[in-house]
Structure formats: C-alpha cells, structure tokens
Design a protein around this ligand. Structure first.
Ligand SMILES: [Zn+2]
Length: 227
C-alpha cells in the first residue's frame, strides 16, 4: 500500500501499452511498459446483435509494470533502465464491450489482428461520437475472453467509476460498427495504418482487410470505397 502512494499515474495509454506514472517526490518521470488485463465484474445490460452481443457493465482493469526507464523531467534524457516492482495498479470502472459469439472460421492470428484493428477504429469513432478525448477510453481486445468465452472488444472508461460513457456507447453500438467500417473503408492506406486500424504490429497481415471483414460479420453495412 505505502509503495503505491509514491507514484501518480498520469495516464494509461493502451495504444502504446504504456502507463505514464510520476514519482511524486522526485524530478523525473518513470515510464513503465505495462501488461493490461480486463475482467468484467457486473453486467448492466446485454443485447443480441449481429455476430454476437453488445454489453455494458462494471470492469476491473489491472496493469502490471514490466520494465521501466527513468526520464529526466525537462530534457527527456534517459537516465537508465531497470526492473520496477510497482504494485499492480487497478482501475475499477465501466466499459462497453462487444462479444463475437457468432464468429466462426477465423484463424487465431488473423482474428487477433482483426479485433485490434476494428477495436482501434471503434475507439476512434467512439471518441468522435461522444465528443470526448481519445484518452478517456481505453481499448482491450481478447481473442477469447474468459468471461464471454468469445472474441471480445472492450472499450473502458479511464476515469475511475466511469462517467456514463459506456452506457452511451452501448446505446450507439450500430453507429460504432458502421462508423468504424466507414473509417477503415475510406482510409487511403493499403493494409492498415495509424489513422484507421492502428500501428501495424503484424506487417505480414492485412489489418485493414481483416478488420473490415470482422466489422462486416458484426453487421456493418457494405462500404463503397473509391478507386
Ligand atoms: Zn489506414
């Protein structure tokens, strides 16, 4: 307990898999790479949708520091690497999620890329629809969620307890799917980019095509692309 008081978490950035944590009593930032896990605690609403189900409820987001580097405050000079032994940081908040129970015939590696790419696009569309900062919503994708026993995309609120965004996302599920599909279909890139499906982590896989296919199976209307 006493250890956690020495650190202040400035923000969680799932996209870069980092949490920005600050030592309260010293003049440098500590930048930690974290593994984030998400576990639903309570389901407030659930509806069947194309390809599966939409849900919203209470979740626990936990992140563990793996490695860190100390950055000097003003210069960003790297002061060196070292193991960090922070307590696990837990965030109890609310989330909207999409469980693809009806998805079949996917290769695991392709599904992983499709979920992340579609999730990134849904996250982008969500922040526009709700007119919030993109950092107000965190993204977690799971090829097989232990809770849903299905491929799942979670958008969680980064404010502890949530401020009602999740329920609004739940209500606008169809717009999110259609908007994400349009965002990806309308992007001029070839196979996925930071503006649509996010940074390409698997260069050999067509993140754009896979995410578009996934969103189609989740009920997105067909997107007409120019050229
Ligand atoms: Zn793109």
């Amino acid at each position: 307990m006493h250890e956690s008081a020495q650190f202040h978490v400035d923000r969680l950035d799932w996209d870069e898999r980092k949490a920005y944590v600050r030592r309260v009593d010293v003049d440098h930032y500590t930048q930690a790479d974290r593994a984030v896990t998400l576990k639903p605690l309570d389901v407030f609403g659930r509806d069947a949708v194309a390809g599966g189900a939409r849900l919203h409820g209470e979740v626990m987001v936990a992140s563990l520091a793996s490695i860190y580097k100390k950055l000097k405050f003003l210069t960003n000079e790297n002061l060196g690497w070292g193991r960090i032994h922070l307590p696990e940081i837990e965030l109890q908040t609310t989330a909207y999620w999409l469980a693809g129970e009806g998805l079949t015939g996917w290769r695991r590696t392709e599904l992983d890329v499709a979920l992340l790419g579609a999730g990134r696009a849904i996250q982008t569309v969500a922040s526009v629809l709700l007119m919030v900062d993109p950092h107000d919503l965190g993204l977690v994708t799971q090829v097989r969620s232990p809770h849903e026993e299905a491929p799942t995309i979670y958008l969680y609120e980064t404010v502890p307890g949530g401020v009602g965004l999740s329920e609004r996302l739940f209500a606008r599920h169809d717009d999110l799917i259609a908007g994400a599909s349009a965002l990806i279909g309308g992007c001029p890139c070839d196979a996925g980019c930071p503006a649509c499906t996010g940074p390409r982590l698997e260069p050999d896989l067509d993140a754009k095509g896979l995410a578009a296919r996934l969103l189609g199976e989740l009920g997105a209307p067909e997107v007409l692309t120019a050229g």
